[in-house]
Design a protein around this ligand. Structure first.
Ligand code: URA
Length: 193
């Protein structure tokens, strides 16, 4: 069933479908341009995100924001969300049943935004968005087309903070994302869109 943004946000904010609701401070539904061409999907809220109710506002969020700016966009021009909308305790990976309980929200968000390009930040985002086990080390920068949307696995910003030598490869991915958006825009103009 197709939902609307207000309906979806209300549903996510009141969600008690899994145990993560018991330990959260705030739900972190996602934010940004509801019709963005570019969407980022992370894993799940961390401590700062849980406290503020906003995605990617801690250290890895600061890095993500800088990387978005580096490809000529502002945070407000993209849509940012996570696989799970509530913080897993101690920042552990979301468990399969937790991710499964949240997956329809992610699907609805993608359906409402209708982005052209989705950057999948890390293995967990790849696993649930593509329903496939992906080695980010091997597959980062490659495109996966699904129903007209281009998905790219890339490094999670927290991996870049842990291992700065990955930043070079991550920057290459972000340039590919910028180029793909330009290509899509140019093709759209040609067709008078
Ligand atoms: N890590 C994530 O995967 N998501 C956030 O929102 C913050 C950190």
């Amino acid at each position: 069933m197709r939902t609307s943004w207000p309906q979806l946000m209300e549903e996510i904010s009141a969600c008690e479908k899994c145990r993560l609701c018991e330990t959260r401070t705030n739900v972190v539904p996602g934010e940004g341009d509801p019709h963005a061409k570019l969407m980022f999907i992370g894993e799940g809220p961390g401590r700062d995100e849980d406290l503020q109710g906003r995605p990617f506002v801690g250290r890895s969020g600061e890095l993500l924001t800088r990387m978005i700016r580096a490809i000529g966009l502002e945070r407000e021009q993209v849509y940012i969300c996570n696989v799970v909308k509530c913080r897993p305790p101690q920042n552990r990976n979301p468990q399969p049943d937790e991710a499964a309980a949240c997956l329809n929200y992610l699907r609805a968000q993608v359906g409402l935004v209708r982005p052209k390009v989705v950057a999948l930040l890390g293995k967990v985002a790849c696993r649930y968005a593509l329903q496939q086990e992906i080695s980010v080390m091997r597959e980062h920068g490659n495109w996966y087309e699904r129903k007209g949307i281009w998905f790219m696995p890339t490094y999670h910003p927290s991996a870049l903070l842990r291992e700065p030598s990955l930043k070079r490869a991550s920057w290459d991915d972000f340039q590919k994302i910028r180029d793909k958006l330009r290509e899509i825009e140019a093709a759209g103009e040609e067709h008078g869109e």
